[in-house]
Design a protein around this ligand. Sequence first.
Ligand SMILES: NC(=O)c1ccc[n+]([C@@H]2O[C@H](COP(=O)([O-])OP(=O)(O)OC[C@H]3O[C@@H](n4cnc5c(N)ncnc54)[C@H](O)[C@@H]3O)[C@@H](O)[C@H]2O)c1
Length: 317
Amino acid sequence: MVEMNSRKAAIIGCGFVGSASAFSLMESHLFSEIVLIDADKDRAEGEALDISHGLPFSKPMQIYAGTYQDISDAAVVIVTAGAGQKPGETRLDLVKKNVAIFKSIIPEVAKYNRSGILLIVANPVDILTYVAKQLSGYPSNRVFGSGTVLDTARLKYMLGEHLGVDSRSIHAFIIGEHGDSEIAAWSSANVSGVPLFKFCNMRGHFHEEETSRRIAEEVKNSAYEIIKRKKATYYGIAMSVKRICEAIVRDEKSILPVSSIQNSEKINGVALSMPAIVGKHGVEGQVPIELSDEERAALQRSADTLKAVLNDVLEEE
Ligand SMILES: NC(=O)c1ccc[n+]([C@@H]2O[C@H](COP(=O)([O-])OP(=O)(O)OC[C@H]3O[C@@H](n4cnc5c(N)ncnc54)[C@H](O)[C@@H]3O)[C@@H](O)[C@H]2O)c1
């Protein structure tokens, strides 16, 4: 068995998201080696060279374009390869396209790398996380998606701006699908222990119902708004990838809303985001936060939506 190098990562897919993630990981100093793989080898080589030229201003490390053989000892394998949605294309068409891409990637990863963590970023991330688990045969704790880590960051940022407080002092989660059926878990949201809506009143904001609805909608539509203006989103997700890798490499046991396969009585056989403990073994436990009846019902609907898409994909097998 190849010994894992906890300071080594691989990134598969070096488009906007993969290259921004590579850059943010280089700046983080978490890894001493990063392998870049892309179907377009020139692209991977170009990104590796470009990022390497910044190393004299950072810290020494190896970042290079490689092959699947090179990832055998990578502790974390980040998969961002996948097409984005084209105008006129349905979500299901995109799912089928990216599942086909995963069928060419994940078996190669599993062939060379037997005990690393698979971090899925390509969309639809919840469906692809489930598919990656099936294709890899890895245990569930070692296959998870970036899920709603980015959506949660967007929520914290917007609340921080609205309330005039540091977004890091806000504790709130977006849960469920990374997409249209996601849920803002308002009932457990707080600012350093003060229930969120009480904190709003303390800061002189009294239309919390209306404002929370507006902010949740803005969070949900963020990707559409950014894509409309600059064709892709990549810096926010790159920082999310860095944050997840930090929790893994430093074995932080941080609570992050990553997408993982659920096993509860009501929600199972599907991957979606719930707060989870993330450390060197990947997803080390779920954190069942308190939800209102309304939020619980919305979470069930989100799971049902994802399961319907998954069934369509699996039926085609
Ligand atoms: N989870 C999130 O929060 C989040 C956020 C932003 C984007 N995304 C998703 O990330 C994915 C990538 O987005 P992007 O903007 O970087 O797209 P992009 O088109 O810029 O990059 C995709 C890259 O994947 C490569 N690729 C395609 N098939 C491959 C294969 N079989 N093997 C290796 N490489 C392959 C392509 O050559 C390309 O370089 C999309 O699915 C997008 O929706 C997810």
